[in-house]
Design a protein around this ligand. Sequence first.
Ligand code: F6P
Length: 364
Amino acid sequence: MKRVLVATGGGDCPGLNAVIRAVVKRAAQEKDWEVVGSIQSFDGILKEPTEIKILDDAAVKGIHYQGGTIIGTTTKGGPFAWPVKNKDGSWGSADRSDEMIRKLQYLGIDAVISIGGDGSQKISQALYEKGLNIIGVPKTIDNDLSATDFTFGYQTAVQICTEAVDKLKTTAASHNRVFILEAMGRDAGWIALSAAIAGGAEACLIPEIPYDIKKVKEKLDTRFLKGKGFGIIVVAEGAMPKGGSALAEESTEVGNPNLKLSGAADRLAAELKEAGIEADIRTTVLGHLQRGGIPVAYDRVLATQFGVKAFEMVLEGKFGQMVAYRHPEVVGVPLPEAIGQQNLVDPKSNLVATAKGVGIAFGD
Ligand code: F6P
């Protein structure tokens, strides 16, 4: 039997299980392939004893509509930066990539499918350069990978964020309040922008278009007359005022290199008050609700396409590539191309023009 190892790395995202299931179901159509999962990304390989799981039909039954990942994930460490406690109690890191590749050989792994975002795919490329037969599958609710038109998980996050706008509207209207909804997305404003359009927000503030608070106030002023009216603002967690920067702090998790973005909604509320908004302003930070629960149908379909394609690329020996959706095809793109550039909202794009066309203010 030949063995393909599947690992999910980075933050979880609706649709991961649908990819895993698709890999297993496609592999089952070949007589000589077995699929195994590494528990919590590559940690499962690096741990003693090894934590891997056979992924057969029974293991993936009915998981396509489950959120999360049945093999776990982590944003910490990885084979090139394994957290190691120094003698003085501080944390350092060790490169265990060679050891991991040896262990994969020992376990009879012929190929690896690494499902993850930009950080995970940088690891995929580095492992490929060391000779590992690896294929990447992009995932992130942020939709910020440039090689693919869309990542799965994004549409689910947009749906959840839109439902939040819908719900906030009724309470905002009842109380004549301003509601600020903070959406995830890191440096990209995709989730906030799509939810603002779908939900009919008054303003949408995204990292790609730094805002002028006076312009945001002007928009809200048009929504209030003699104390009546309401306003909904969707703000991306990475949004920033003109001349300012996104609010971020170091992660307190050992080995997690990512900055934690938070505080955009509260900062905006304070700025609006200072600018003279009299209405009551409330903030809602949607947070990880955007990553939880069942994936919408679109994400399940895309995830399934990615899983089937990834296994077929294993069969064809197309290693060092990442699966990508380029409408209407699912193709393989070289990993360096896939990790080279972020996919950010173009302020001159049709989506921004559409939002402006229906009166959504960006504060620009
Ligand atoms: O990249 C996905 C994402 O959900 C971002 O939108 C968000 O900033 C980040 O991950 C949160 O990461 P964590 O779950 O590690 O706090």
